[in-house]
Design a protein around this ligand. Sequence first.
Ligand code: 5GP
Length: 347
Amino acid sequence: MRIEQDLKLGFKDVLFRPKRSNLKSRSQVELTREFTFKHSGRQWSGVPVIAANMDSVGSFAMAKALAENGCMTAVHKHYTVEDWAAFVAESDAQVLNNVMVSTGTSEADFEKTQKIMAMSDELIFICIDIANGYSEHLVEYVERVRAEFPDKVISAGNVVTGDMVEELILAGADIVKVGIGPGSVCTTRVKTGVGYPQLSAIIECADAAHGLGGRIIGDGGCSCAGDVAKAFGGGADFVMLGGMLAGHEESGGEVVEQDGKQFMKFYGMSSQSAMDKHSGGVAKYRAAEGKTVMLPFRGSVHNTIADILGGVRSTCTYVGAAQLKELTKRTTFIRVQEQENNVFGKE
Ligand code: 5GP
């Protein structure tokens, strides 16, 4: 047994130190980024915020709405091949370029991914997603997907340490997804005791990935626009959001009325709800590692995304970053013991 004494930080442990800036207005801040990916050589330009591949977030409707804002959606893996065919047929290139096709690592997943990717050259992102990215099986699967799709952008995860980021990039991933345990409906830390504070995971994994020309997605744990900015400030190239984009018209959940108020169900992809829906219940050998919550229905996602991007733009003006790309270089985090003042309740 070993104990690491290095301090690891979450979003709630830091704030940005303001810096002198010659930016007069948030409107001067450019959030669009351009990436050329390591293995595929693909170029992509857009706002690097991604809706999570959860079936009450990453829907086709979300993909259309976020593409209008230049953002991405990792579409969840529970749509059928026929659903995809209909979606691809009715979508223009801008939507498909901003979509990630999610997949697990089984043989059936591989065949389904082949069928979906064959539908359009405009589909360029594949998101290989398993809860425990430390499995050797994932590395082999990434190698196989890279061989099959040499010119597609491959994301793989989830991991939280630099060693595994390097291994996945060397196996063929262009992007590594980072986050174990921080999610809003995740109970992994409670059920297993495993995890890593998300801001430190991002900082360390970004360093490892960038050293090899790879990219990372900071996935999970953002509860407000300030957290999204902190993830970018820590070095995340992309930030993935579940809970912050759940509960909207476009999220794909069912609206229910309780006492005259509208709610939408939101659940972890390893929750009892998800396993009942997609796998015929929780298998005997495992525990659910996600929870189910009812969120107040929040209407269209356009307002929420404008609020998030407005917050990140404002962060950039406080630290003097004219482009999102510069944010991490302009970032000094200060460790804090307090965040917002809640004397009149939470925002
Ligand atoms: P959020 O933005 O809601 O804090 O986090 C979203 C992320 O939580 C997802 O992208 C995914 O990585 C993770 N997640 C989603 N469902 C589950 C689950 O049931 N269990 C765990 N451990 N993580 C989940």
